[in-house]
Design a protein around this ligand. Structure first.
Ligand SMILES: Cc1cc2nc3c(=O)[nH]c(=O)nc-3n(C[C@H](O)[C@H](O)[C@H](O)COP(=O)(O)OP(=O)(O)OC[C@H]3O[C@@H](n4cnc5c(N)ncnc54)[C@H](O)[C@@H]3O)c2cc1C
Length: 400
């Protein structure tokens, strides 16, 4: 048995040097791998398939509309439409998490059946090749690497909450099963879709919930989408990121990349202004207490509870604090990237600077998903962005 394992390690070392390694098996990793394989590139994919999505609370629905919820494959045969037609699954909107997850797993089985469900412990480079140490002890060499390791490492914890233990406070993304909060008093901080949807789910699960937000809660109404019939496609590209007008500027990552630097930033910010989907509104308004225009000034652990001092001078003491405070990308937080390699990356605001093919300042090292967002725009945060991103990376790599 031991001899076999050693033999396998040796094979890996000798034969896999010309591979392209994809780190991540979420929507981006799977899509990039599908496109690379179609280009005839030898591809290895590492990571836990759809790990982030498998950890979301079961009752959650996607904010994305139907046309923005397909993972891109090179043939176009594996869209969410194809999935429901092939499997006789009823179309539902808002899209339940279970439907999207089943679709993504079907996509993976059809396009990338050979995902290696193991983490990369270390990614280093010797100037010619990349060296990947896997958590199961194996080592792999690769000519190209695409980092599609997602958003989990970037969960943002505001400074007032950094010293609180997880027994009283944590980021929304740390929670799958919300049932343990039944009958508990909860404060949710934030006004984006995640904060609002977790607040609704907690309330519906029997918790006593208050939502505290720095500004006003806004709802994304999509009036033009509902009222313009077939003409809606003029106002809304399929990708569905941002309000009308802005949404076309960000719809195609390569187009966004060519926008003047001075307008990229405001366009990006406007496209992803925090807010809730219209269908969520009735589950929040009149259902839970909302305290707007208020910040947490101080938070302290108080026995098994947490005590908050607010900017309006009031205080709260509750059983648990949920931080729906989003994700703040910073490539240095991907601790599996060897520090010497990370130092070679040119970085702006935490994002690696990328060329037109999504390649970083380190040759043959590519980034997909959220970390490509500074160069290619906010669509890279969403499933709909897989189309522009994966195809571009695969074409660039095939020509390299
Ligand atoms: C609550 C919530 C709701 C959302 N709703 C929507 C929505 O409605 N529509 C939408 O488009 N987007 C939504 N998003 C955004 C969503 O995160 C992205 O669309 C999508 O998951 C990004 O895909 P990804 O492949 O870049 O990353 P992820 O889905 O985060 O996948 C990351 C992958 O990397 C792997 N990985 C991480 N570290 C390593 C390592 N060291 N070695 C190997 N593998 C590693 C993981 O195992 C995983 O396979 C939502 C996000 C959240 C948190």
């Amino acid at each position: 048995m031991k001899a076999n394992t050693n033999c396998k390690k040796e094979l890996v070392k000798v034969k896999r040097e010309d591979y392209t390694a994809v780190i991540g098996a979420g929507p981006y990793g799977l899509s990039v791998a599908a496109h690379l394989k179609a280009q005839g590139l030898q591809t290895l994919v590492f990571g836990k398939t759809m790990e982030l999505w498998k950890k979301m609370p079961p009752g959650l629905c996607l904010k994305s509309i139907w046309s923005a919820s397909s993972i891109s494959d090179p043939s176009g045969k594996y869209s969410i439409d194809q999935y429901i037609a092939t499997t006789n699954t009823p179309r539902q909107e808002p899209i339940p998490l279970s439907l999207f997850l089943n679709y993504a797993l079907w996509f993976q089985r059809q396009n990338v059946p050979d995902v290696e469900p193991v983490y990369i412990r270390s990614l280093a480079a010797d100037g010619k090749r990349f060296h990947l140490d896997l958590e199961d002890g194996r080592a792999v060499k690769a000519s190209n690497v695409v980092v599609a390791a997602g958003i989990s490492s970037f969960a943002y914890i505001p400074s007032f909450a950094r010293d609180l233990p997880e027994t009283v406070a944590s980021h929304t993304s740390a929670h799958t099963d919300l049932s343990r909060f039944k009958d508990q008093s909860i404060i949710v901080i934030g006004k984006g879709q995640s904060a609002l949807e977790y607040a609704a789910l907690l309330h519906e699960g029997g918790a006593d919930v208050e939502l505290i937000t720095r500004g006003l809660v806004r709802w994304h109404s999509k009036i033009l989408y509902e009222r313009t019939g077939p003409a809606r496609h003029i106002f809304y590209p399929p990708g569905d990121v941002g309000p009308p007008g802005i949404n076309w500027l960000v719809a195609f990552p390569s187009f966004y990349n060519r926008l003047p630097e001075g307008i990229k930033d405001p366009v990006h910010k406007r496209a992803v202004l925090p807010g809730g989907a219209k269908w969520l509104r009735s589950r929040i308004e009149g259902q839970i207490r909302i305290t707007e225009n208020t910040q947490v000034v101080k938070a302290t652990e108080q026995g098994e509870r947490v005590c908050l001092e607010l900017s309006d001078g009031t205080k709260r003491e509750v059983d648990y604090l949920f931080l729906g405070t989003g994700f703040q990308p910073d490539v240095h937080k991907l601790t599996f990237i060897d520090p010497a390699l990370c130092q070679q990356l040119q970085v702006k605001n935490g994002y690696p600077i990328l060329n037109v093919g999504f390649e970083s300042s380190v040759s043959h090292l590519y980034f997909a998903g959220l970390l490509a967002g500074n160069t290619f725009g906010p669509t890279c945060r969403f499933v709909s962005g897989t189309k522009g991103v994966a195809r571009n990376i695969a074409h660039h790599l095939a020509r390299a």
